[in-house]
Design a protein around this ligand. Structure first.
Ligand code: PRX
Length: 651
């Protein structure tokens, strides 16, 4: 078996839920969890129908769940009609219209905004009218390329109000990545901003958008939020300002009746082959799943000030900044900046200022902050915190313990939530009032989720034996297809274990039935919590005129989790130089975005390949990580290349 799936962790610490937390929790015991879980597995239709009644429907459904295993198509709540924005907004107006929905903290301390549910509703309705005026209709794609500002949420909800499909592209992505996504989704309108702020610097978002649009066929209109006021160039006839459009529109906009299975959004995620996949999520199932997971995993309480530090450009931002919390009527804090600017206590200052009670962040952020010791944390009163969450990659027990003791003061449970862009919402996580925590362990499946771990031979893995994680039955939040490519959906997720969703992650189930995640089994690398396909980075490198071939692998990194290590073969006659190295790093940064920059480049005469010409990344990975044994090299076309690679490894 692949060494990545070997079980090496041995963690004996246990943290039962504190009595004070348990007393107020929505689910207070393992027995209570079991009862609901069993129902969700043995009577799924009854379970989900009951939960779905908590949402606002315009028309009831005809059938809770239908599944055609042959075509890998399934539906939830077929025939039901509802609207996502009215579930996230209108539904709350009567009971809590004056409650704050969004608290926004800009990167500059003085930049703050707050929107009540009523105000957010009004903004969304007005912007929905702007979109309508621009000709956007039900089913059209609208691309959102914005920094972390409230307009991003307003734009997403406005799309859902009129049935347009949003495709949010992370503002840290470059113009080439944006262009790929615009082309694939054939977006009609692009919503962007003049620029953004990051670590004290301004970045030119509009410039990136313009570059992506130079030969883009589909985009007709660009709506620009004036955020940093940098006098961005506006193209006549194409670009308009958000505030101008909003000024000239009225407030009322009835919510469009959407079918339960109508597309809600596309979100692109890296795959192992070059082209990113557009994960398609649909209306009712996604909404219900994010609503319910937020409610129980974050143990939603009316008084919470909830802060998810992810960007809205990633699925965590979609599900747990926007849809899950707003469907519950929660108060959500949104932060534009980074954890370490202007100082490395920024996160803790925000927790103190806003009296954050629930904090959801990523191991990579925690590791970056841990580096500065406890000093920056101790400067602040974090006593408002009651619950902590982690997402994006396995949290190492050391970071877990720091989170628990130093940030949570030993009193806050940690929900280590495992899920994926594809899954729509959290699949495996502790329920904080019901389960005993183990540092680094994601614990139990959420309601309706049926995980199974297979060994190399396709049989069931033994207790504590690492293997391949699959989910045997669809749940409401699972993506329905890859946008425009259902075959790729089937191949990627359903072919490996016929009729079951293959996650691509390795896991083991321990003696208590708790699940431990062990990382990706394929070539996707997690850099600072962001999933990058090696193939995408390789193709970016190869697009440079001097590069013949590239093999990119992950190498452990103390802060980012993993960083990129690229092996590059230059075209014949091109001399090796430090300058070229820097140029290549820059090239990847401009084509894919700074997140994809390799930390290391090693020039190589040849790469280890199979006879059929496939690069053996397993060997490159071992070399990059400095492992003494690079494993079996007998299947290589030319085993002698390995020696040279080991000799020239960048330490
Ligand atoms: O490998 C798993 C890892 O992140 C992958 C999904 O990445 P993405 O689609 O970008 O979504 C991230 C946010 C949901 C998974 O296949 N992963 C995510 N959360 C965890 C995790 N690995 C271990 N523990 C987690 N809590």
């Amino acid at each position: 078996m692949d060494p990545a799936i070997l079980h090496i962790q041995d963690e004996g610490r246990r943290f039962p839920p504190p009595e004070a937390f348990k007393a107020k929790a929505r689910i207070k015991s393992l027995a209570e969890y079991h009862k609901l879980y069993e129902e969700s597995i043995h009577a799924p239709e009854q379970f989900w129908a009951r939960q779905a009644k908590e949402l606002a429907w315009m028309r009831p459904w005809n059938s809770v769940f239908d599944w055609d295993k042959e075509t890998c198509r399934f539906t939830w709540f077929r025939g039901g009609k509802l609207n996502v924005s009215s579930n996230c907004l209108d539904r709350h107006l009567e009971t809590q219209g004056e409650k704050v929905a969004i608290l926004w903290q800009g990167e500059r301390e003085e930049d703050k905004r707050r929107l009540t549910y009523r105000e957010l509703h009004d903004e969304v309705c007005r912007f929905a009218n702007v979109l309508k005026k621009k000709g956007v209709q039900k089913g059209d794609r609208v691309c959102v390329y914005l920094p972390m500002i409230p307009e991003a949420v307003i734009a997403m909800l406005a799309c859902t109000r009129i049935g347009a499909i949003h495709s949010v592209v992370f503002a840290g992505f470059s113009s080439a990545a944006l262009k790929d996504r615009l082309d694939d989704s054939k977006a009609k309108v692009l919503i962007t901003a003049d620029g953004g702020r990051r670590s004290g610097k301004e970045f030119d978002l509009k410039g990136m958008a313009d570059a992506a649009l130079t030969d883009c066929q589909s985009v007709e209109q660009v709506i620009v939020v004036q955020h940093i006021k940098n006098n961005a160039a506006m193209k006549k006839g194409r670009d308009v300002y958000w505030h101008d459009e909003m000024r000239s529109t009225h407030g009322a906009c009835p919510a469009t009746e959407m079918d339960a299975e109508d597309p809600l959004f596309i979100l692109y995620t890296s795959g192992t082959t070059g082209k990113p996949k557009g994960a398609l999520h649909t209306t009712a199932g996604y909404l219900l799943y994010t609503y319910l997971t937020y409610r129980y995993i974050f143990d939603y309480s009316d008084k919470d000030i909830y802060w998810c530090t992810a960007d809205v450009g990633w699925v965590t931002g979609h599900s747990y900044i926007v849809y899950g919390p707003l469907a519950n009527g929660a108060t959500v804090l949104m932060f534009e900046g980074v954890p370490t600017y202007p100082d490395n206590d920024r996160f803790w200052q925000i927790v103190e200022n806003y009296k954050v009670s629930v904090l959801y962040t990523a191991p990579t952020a925690l590791r970056a902050l841990m580096r500065f010791g406890d000093g920056p944390v101790k400067k602040h009163d974090l006593s408002s915190l009651r619950l902590l969450g982690s997402v994006g990659e396995p949290i190492n027990p050391e970071a877990w313990m720091w989170y628990h003791t130093v940030i949570g003061g030993g009193r806050c449970p940690i929900v280590d939530t495992w899920w994926q862009t594809e899954t729509g919402g959290i699949l495996i996580s502790p329920l904080p009032g019901a389960m005993t925590l183990k540092p680094g362990c994601a614990c139990r499946p959420f309601f309706g989720v049926r995980p199974v771990v297979y060994n190399e031979e396709g049989g069931l893995a033994q207790r504590n034996e690492g293997g391949y994680l699959a989910i045997t039955h669809p749940w409401p939040g699972l993506m329905r297809t890859v946008w425009g490519n259902h075959d790729r959906y089937i191949e990627t997720y359903w072919d490996k274990y016929k009729g079951e969703y293959s996650t691509g992650d390795a896991a083991r189930v321990d003696e208590n039935g708790d699940i431990w995640l062990m990382g990706r089994v394929d070539d996707v690398i997690k850099v600072s919590g962001h999933r990058l396909g090696t193939a995408e980075v390789e193709s970016a490198l190869v697009s440079h005129p001097s590069v013949a071939e590239a093999g990119v692998v992950g190498r452990p990194h103390p802060i980012k989790g993993q960083c990129l290590y690229a092996f590059v073969t230059l075209k014949h006659g091109i001399p090796i130089s430090e300058q070229l190295k820097q140029e290549l790093i820059q090239h990847v940064s401009t084509t894919m975005g700074p997140i994809a920059k390799p930390d290391f480049i090693q020039f190589a005469e040849g790469l280890p390949k199979t006879r059929s010409g496939k690069i053996m990344r397993r060997i490159l990975k071992a070399i990059a990580s400095g492992e003494a044994d690079v494993g079996n090299t007998t299947t290589l076309a030319d085993p002698s290349v390995v020696e040279e690679l080991v000799k020239n490894r960048v330490a």
